[in-house]
Write a protein that binds this ligand. Sequence first.
Ligand SMILES: Cc1cc2nc3c(=O)[nH]c(=O)nc-3n(C[C@H](O)[C@H](O)[C@H](O)COP(=O)(O)OP(=O)(O)OC[C@H]3O[C@@H](n4cnc5c(N)ncnc54)[C@H](O)[C@@H]3O)c2cc1C
Length: 472
Amino acid sequence: MSRRDVIVVGAGPAGLSAGAMLAEMGLDVLVLDEQQTPGGQIYRNVENAPEKRIDYFGPDYSNGLDLVKRFRNSNAAYESGATVWQAEHDGVVCYSKDGASKSIRANYIVVATGAMERPVPMPGWTLPGVMGAGAANALAKESGLSPATGVVLAGSGPLLLLEASLLLKKGVEVKAILDTTPALPSLSALGHGPQSIPGAKLMFKGLKVLKDIRKAGVPHYKGITNIRAIGEKRVERVTAKHKGKEISLGTDLLLVHFGVIPSTHMVRQMGCAMQWEPVGRYWQPSCDTWGRTNFEQVFVAGDGAGVTGAIAAALKGELIALEIGRCLGMLDTAARDKAAAPIRKAMMWDGFGRPFIDRLFAPNFDHSWFDNDTVICRCETVTIGDIRQVLAEGVRDVNEVKIITRCGMGPCQGRMCGPALAEVIGHELSRSPEEAGLLRVRPPLKPVPLEEIAAMDLGLDNDQTANWLLKK
Ligand SMILES: Cc1cc2nc3c(=O)[nH]c(=O)nc-3n(C[C@H](O)[C@H](O)[C@H](O)COP(=O)(O)OP(=O)(O)OC[C@H]3O[C@@H](n4cnc5c(N)ncnc54)[C@H](O)[C@@H]3O)c2cc1C
C-alpha cells in the first residue's frame, strides 16, 4: 500500500488551503472529496459556474475561484467523487470511488469535512416538500436550480436569511420567514455587541440581507414557536405560533434551517477527544492551536473543528499545513511561527463578529413542540414518543436509547437524529444535552456495498486494515 505524507479529507475552503500549502512545501498530499468538483459547501462547483451564477451569488462565492485556482496549480493530488468510509488515527483511510474501494495510508490525516445543517425534527419534517435551506442553496450552486413556487422559510440563523434574500433576488415568491430567533437580542448577545465592532463588515452584510427582505415586503415573523408541516402526500400547509396566535400558510415547499454544526463522525470514529460547545450546543473535537487532536497524526481543519465560517476555515487549513510542514522537516519552528503570525492576525480580525452572531442566533427551539408522533430517526422510523417511553423507564444515555429503540442505528449513522436525541433527553430530564452523551459511531462512516469491501486489495503490508476488517 502506498504511503503519502498527508491525506486531506474534504475539498472545501479548509481542505483546499491545507492541501495547496502542503503541496507548495513539496509534500506528497492527496485530497479526497465526495463532491465532483472542489469548493465544499460555500464554493460548491464554483469553477464551472457560468458568469450569471457567479454574479448572482456575489463575492462570497466568487472569492472561491482564487482558492480553487491556487489548489489546482499546486501539485496536490486530488480525487473527486471519493467517499471516505473509514479512517483510523494511525493514518489508514478507506474510500469508495466509481464502485471500487481502496485503502491508503499517510503519515498525517487532515480531516476537513466541514459542517452540516443542524437537523431539528418537527411535526411533518419527513414530508416531501420539506427540505434544508442549505440543500436549496446547494442545488442552485450545483445546477442553477431554484424553486418555482411560493416558498416558506422556517428556523433561524444567518444562512436562513441569506437564502431568503437569494431567492428574492431570483424573483422567487417568499411567502414568509418563520424565524425562531427572539424578537429582541438576548442580553448575552448584546454583551458581545461592542466587541464585534471591529467585525462590522459582517454586520453590514447581515443588515443588507435584512434590508432586501424588508424591501420585498416579505412577512418576517420573529419569536416563532410550534412549527408544523402539514399535508397528506406532501407538504401543503405550514403552521406556527407567533405571539400566541396561529399563523397558517399554504405552500408546497418549506425550507428549514436551524444553523450549522460540525460534521464530527470521522473524528469520533477515530476516537478523537470531543468537547461540548455550549453556545452553539454541539460537540467539536478538542484541538490545540495548530488544529492537532489528541492523536499526533490527526488534525482537524475548518468548520469540522467548530463553526467559524469559510474565511477562518481556509486560514485554519494553512496553520495546519505549516505545523505538518514543520513536523516533516520542511521548515523549522521559527519559520513556522513567522509564517503563522499574519494568518493568526487575519483569524483574529475575521473572528471579531462571531461571538455576537453566535449568541444572536443561538439555537432556540422548544422540544415541547414535538408531539409523540413526530419522527426523530428517519432511517429507523423511531418517534419522539418511543424516546419518551424509554426515558420514563429510566434510560438516560443516548447509546442506551439507541440500543433499545434503534434510534441512530440506520445508514445515516445518527447524523439526522443524534443531536436532536440528546436535546430531547436533555429537555425531558431537565438537564443539558451534553449530559446525554454522544452516539458511538460504527463503521462504515457512509454506506458502502459489501462486495466493494470484499473486493478490496488489502496488500500484504496492510495489517492494520486487515485487522480492522477482521475485528469488525
Ligand atoms: C449546507 C450548507 C450550506 C452553506 N452555505 C453557505 C453559504 O451560502 N454562505 C456562507 O457564507 N456559508 C455557507 N455555509 C457555511 C460554510 O459552508 C462553511 O463555513 C465553510 O464552507 C466551511 O468550510 P470547510 O472547508 O470547513 O467545509 P466544507 O466547505 O463543508 O467542505 C467539506 C468538504 O468535505 C467533504 N466531505 C465530507 N465528508 C466526506 C467524506 N466522508 N468523504 C469525502 N468527502 C467528504 C464534503 O463533500 C465537502 O466538500 C454553508 C454550510 C452548509 C452546511
